[in-house]
Design a protein around this ligand. Structure first.
Ligand SMILES: [Zn+2]
Length: 489
């Protein structure tokens, strides 16, 4: 019977004297899950917002907004997220929101976070100042904004007018930490540095409330400030560290703004500009995570990392491309060759399958996780929560099964094995955070970050994978979650 002992927050080969043995029966212990791509405060806030995932029509979305209106505090915003209008007959428009919410400002973020649907009360906050380079303001035939902003225009409006307060983010993240622990999450790579999540985590950490390890992003355009203060990647402690710079090459599949090799889509950062950013970041001690969805954006990003390799490779910086959703076959070996990790989301493949079949018809390299592994790429897995749920087991299952419903697996040749999915959810994210000698596996000397599951997912039939449950979660030797009743009863 295999044994695992914990002492002083670490895994040890032998139980210390007086240790309390626990027989786990048929349960299974795996390394703690590290979600490599989370918008943590945003996801936490979303636990309480109007959710529009799976809403099939504009009318249904408006009805949900109407239902939620009474809960809005006086003077507050009604915020929602998760809509996807690709299959709606009627497109989003401010007038239908105005009909139910004439006074309360309403801001509804799309599922991919690249489009914002506003009512007139919200729009009026901008006083007509809506345009932004790399942004789209949808207008009617008279030139009036219809209440839909995309890309930079959406983000600029949100940043200037509809962001939640620090207090709201802290409060929501407290609840988020509890939910994350119940799902076996022991570490995250956060992407919300731009909206102040580092400050949120610092507040929680100072009160001993931070129950997972954070590798924090900062927007790349803050580099001059970080340099001025002398902050380099890695600053922090065991629980909370500044990690990497984040920027965007293109838009998304759902908003039809992904940059493709045929020239379609939106270019948010050029190949040349990314190369400059990577060089400047390296000189200041920072790796870069760049969002790239389309095959054109991915080629440009890899070109930029390659062209700047002399500046960062000798420093051992752990560069990454976020999403890598559509890849031309020529790019598959380039991740390993360039030493750039593919930070992907297994759960996106089955949930995006219909959109991908439609928008990227005839493209073979969509969500090509199996092929990336075959070509030696480092593959890290995340949820992109709140785009998908912050639930690593669900992500792992999506990577293995490539389906979420009764339909047969989507492009099953790109499926990964359970072991590969676990590797991408534990080991590679730890490597990206320069933690490979401290966590990601259950070897003696490693931090005791682990999850107890009710059965062995590697040994159970595929159709049972969806039923695997987290019984307990441990971070640094302390339980952050124990199911009720506890597993040792
Ligand atoms: Zn994201």
């Amino acid at each position: 019977m295999p044994r695992l002992a914990v002492r002083d927050g670490r895994i040890t080969a032998d139980p210390p004297p007086g240790a309390r043995p626990v027989d786990l029966g048929g349960c299974c212990v795996v390394p703690g899950f590290n979600d490599a791509h989370v918008h943590f405060p945003t996801w936490s806030l979303g636990l309480r917002q109007v959710r529009l995932e799976g809403v099939d029509s504009r009318a249904e979305a408006v009805a949900r907004v109407a239902d939620a209106l009474p809960s809005v505090a006086p003077g507050g915003w009604l915020r929602g997220l998760g809509w996807r209008d690709a299959t709606w007959v009627e497109p989003p428009h401010r007038a239908v929101l105005d009909a139910v919410a004439p006074d309360v400002p309403v801001a509804l973020m799309s599922r991919d976070y690249h489009s914002l649907w506003l009512n007139s009360a919200a729009l009026s906050r901008a006083g007509g100042d809506l345009d932004a380079p790399g942004g789209v303001v949808e207008r009617d035939e008279r030139g009036e904004p219809i209440g839909v902003l995309r890309e930079n225009a959406a983000w600029r409006f949100r940043d200037l007018h509809s962001l939640p307060s620090l207090g709201e983010m802290i409060e929501a993240s407290r609840e988020g930490l509890r939910v994350a622990a119940s799902r076996g999450v022991t570490a995250i790579h956060d992407k919300d540095g731009w909206m102040g999540s580092f400050e949120v985590f610092q507040h929680l950490h100072a009160r001993d409330e931070l129950t997972l390890r954070v590798w924090q992003s900062q927007p790349a355009d803050r580099l001059p400030h970080l340099r001025a203060v002398g902050l380099r990647s890695g600053f922090g402690d065991d629980m909370l560290r500044l990690g990497y710079l984040k920027l965007f090459m293109d838009g998304t599949l759902g908003s039809a703004t992904a940059r493709l090799l045929d020239g379609s889509g939106v270019e948010l950062t050029s190949r040349e500009r990314l190369e400059e950013v990577v060089r400047e970041a390296a000189a200041a001690g920072w790796p870069v995570a760049v969002h790239a969805i389309g095959d054109g954006a991915n080629r440009a990003a890899l070109d930029a990392f390659e062209a700047s390799a002399g500046a960062w490779h000798p420093l051992g910086l752990r560069q990454r491309i976020e999403h890598a959703q559509l890849l031309d076959a020529a790019e598959l070996p380039r991740f390993a060759e360039a030493g750039v990790a593919a930070s992907v989301q297994f759960s996106h493949a089955p949930s995006d399958r219909d959109l991908a079949d439609r928008f990227w018809e005839g493209h073979q390299g969509a969500y090509a996780y199996g092929a990336l592994l075959e070509h030696g790429a480092r593959l890290a897995n995340g949820s992109d929560a709140p785009v998908e749920e912050l639930d690593p087991l669900k992500g792992i299952v999506a990577g293995v099964l490539r389906t979420l419903d009764e339909r047969p697996p989507w492009r099953p040749e790109q499926a990964v094995t359970f072991e590969q999915a676990l590797h991408a959810t534990c080991i590679e994210p730890a490597w990206l955070a320069r933690d490979e000698r401290r966590r990601g596996t259950l070897a003696p000397g490693m931090l005791a970050d682990l999850v107890i599951l009710d059965r062995d997912p590697a040994g159970c039939p595929p159709e049972e994978l969806n039923q695997v449950k987290v019984l307990a979660t441990m971070v640094g030797g302390s339980f952050t979650f124990v199911s009720d009743p506890p597993f040792w009863v």
